[in-house]
Design a binder for this molecule. Structure first.
Ligand SMILES: [Zn+2]
Length: 192
């Protein structure tokens, strides 16, 4: 790729396509998720600032989307968590964000977006905007935050848990990126 330095914006003169991502282009759901991935990466990138971790995350997300035939919604939730990690907002899942007690019993917990993680049963009222989180959803989120593509394909979740995970990761990312993200609304639409 050749970039010419312009007065205000740089001008791209020539590009070479290394990976055409043909399977993404052939599938409307994959296009929608792909656009959401690009949109989110764009939201967290700073102009003229190098961010190799973000670049690696973007490329691996597009490659995963190209290759995955199942669990795309889970993959997208994992991508959102990893994007938050790269941006310094990975939620805390191992202890309560209010009292710091270890979360041994995973029942009756809440997910506080403002607190950036889980509230134990005793601290549930510390954030009145916190959402209930089930034990199953929490366990899958913990796994997704560090799961590779191969592992994500093997994760099995009920429709109910998947819905909960998608809702929580989507809202969490919206909370931290501060604005309603257009392409995420399309993702919500295709999920029905
Ligand atoms: Zn607590």
């Amino acid at each position: 790729m050749f970039i010419h330095k312009g007065r205000n914006l740089d001008i791209v003169n020539q590009v070479e396509i290394i990976s055409p991502f043909l399977k993404i282009k052939a599938d409307l759901d994959k296009i929608t998720y792909g656009l959401a991935v690009l949109d989110l990466v764009d939201k967290v990138s700073q102009e003229s600032e190098k961010n190799p971790n973000l670049f690696v995350l973007l490329i691996s997300a597009l490659e995963a989307l190209e290759q995955l035939d199942k669990n795309i919604e889970l993959f997208y939730a994992a991508f959102q968590l990893k994007l938050m990690a790269v941006s310094g907002y990975l939620p805390r899942f191992s202890d309560c964000v209010n009292c710091r007690d270890k979360l041994d019993d995973l029942e009756n917990l809440k997910f506080s977006f403002e607190g950036g993680g889980i509230l134990c049963f005793n601290c549930g009222t510390a954030d009145s905007f916190a959402y209930n989180i089930s034990k199953d959803a929490l366990c899958v989120l913990v796994e997704l935050a560090r799961a590779s593509r191969d592992k994500i394909v093997k994760i099995q979740v009920s429709d109910e848990t998947l819905k909960e995970i998608s809702f929580l990761t989507g809202r969490y990312i919206n909370y931290h990126l501060g604005s309603r993200i257009k392409s995420m609304e399309y993702v919500e639409k295709i999920k029905g």
